[in-house]
Design a protein around this ligand. Structure first.
Ligand code: PPS
Length: 331
């Protein structure tokens, strides 16, 4: 393994699982500190499983197909990831606030400078102090919240109060590739430095944030029949997004017209989401070419990255870990 490959902004470990320093350590160590309301709805997942897509669908469903809220603000501001703790240093926060006032008089070319644009987006998204726990307190009920925490470390109040949780799972090979791109976005903490081969080594050895995909997915899978949990698969959603919207609506007891379902599917289509500044972080930070947050959105991109040896090794691990679980993925 290349010793130089690393997450520049640093990680910490809890229960042997690595997390980014930009995550809320207190919440990760003590999930009971999260104040949940009975009508909170969560979208939970291992990273890169299609969470952003699912959140966009669930939020529209909760609003009966009305797109007003979705177009009003960046997704992280509307539906915060609870363990996020993206705190800009105080001097940067001062610049952000200054920019907010200066914006009307600043020349366009300054606003378009990548760094300035990024800071303005952070401000728009309410992320200059993007503390998930604080953001969620400010939201009116019913809230839609995001978390990548595994079942055993999920906010205990959410489990006890039987908050509805939509869990989305995706095949781990595509996740590996998507995760590599995500971590290499270039904005802290997404500032991984290293090649795909190096990242693969971290991934296969459970050294990426949130640790083992198998541990995560299989523990949620054990709870798939709980009345407050809906277990979805990315690959099924790709094949039949309309069916996904219907099953989420049934789960949330929302009745939608056929037209509303079609509109939701369309609003959340990959093509539309890629162009949507309120979900595609890459557009917001002005990086249109190299790394895209809403990137390819396909099943099977892993073939362009996994070497024959990596694939052989991964399949062997997959067979062993998934054996007898009754859960399988297409890739
Ligand atoms: S995160 O950062 O962990 O919340 O990422 P997450 O949203 O879970 O996953 C990102 C991947 O989902 C793809 N994506 C989509 N696929 C299909 N349809 C739609 N509408 C859509 N929106 C996002 C996104 O492109 C990432 O996958 P990759 O394979 O990298 O393209």
């Amino acid at each position: 393994m290349n010793e130089n490959a690393r997450f520049v902004a640093g990680t910490f470990e809890h229960d042997g699982v690595p997390y980014a320093n930009a995550f809320n350590r207190s919440l990760i160590e003590r999930p009971e500190i999260v104040n949940c309301r009975e009508d909170d709805v969560f979208v939970a997942s291992y990273p890169k499983s299609g969470t952003t897509w699912t959140i966009e669908m669930v939020s529209l469903i909760m609003n009966g197909g009305n797109t007003e809220i979705n177009t009003s603000a960046f997704q992280q501001a509307r539906n915060p990831m609870i363990e996020a703790n993206f705190i800009l240093p105080i001097w940067l926060r001062c610049i952000v606030h200054l920019l907010k006032f200066l914006k009307p008089i600043l020349p366009e070319f300054i606003i378009k400078l990548r760094f300035i644009h990024f800071l303005l987006v952070m401000e728009k998204a309410g992320l200059e102090s993007g503390i998930g726990l604080k953001q969620m307190e400010k939201l009116p009920s019913p809230r839609l919240l995001k978390s990548h925490m595994p079942y055993h470390a999920f906010p205990s109040q959410a489990i006890r109060k039987k908050c509805k949780i939509v869990y989305v799972a995706r095949n781990p090979k595509d996740i590996g590739v998507s995760y590599f791109y995500h971590c290499s976005l270039g904005v802290p903490p997404l500032d991984y430095r290293g090649s795909w081969n190096d990242f693969y080594q971290l991934y296969v050895n459970d050294k990426v944030w949130y640790g083992s995909w198998f541990d995560h997915v299989l523990t949620w899978w054990q709870h798939r029949d709980d009345e407050n949990i809906l277990f979805l698969k990315y690959e099924d959603m790709k094949k039949d997004p309309k069916a996904a919207v219907k099953s989420i609506a049934d789960f949330l007891d929302v009745s939608l017209t056929d037209d509303a379902i079609d509109d939701i599917v369309e609003f959340c289509s990959f093509k539309k989401m890629k162009k949507n500044e309120n979900v595609n972080l890459s557009l917001a930070i002005g990086d249109k070419d190299k790394h895209q947050f809403v990137r390819k959105g396909v099943v099977g991109d892993w073939v362009n990255f996994f070497t024959v040896a990596q694939n052989k090794e991964y399949e062997k691990i997959y067979e062993e870990r998934m054996k007898g679980s009754g859960l399988d993925f297409e890739w």
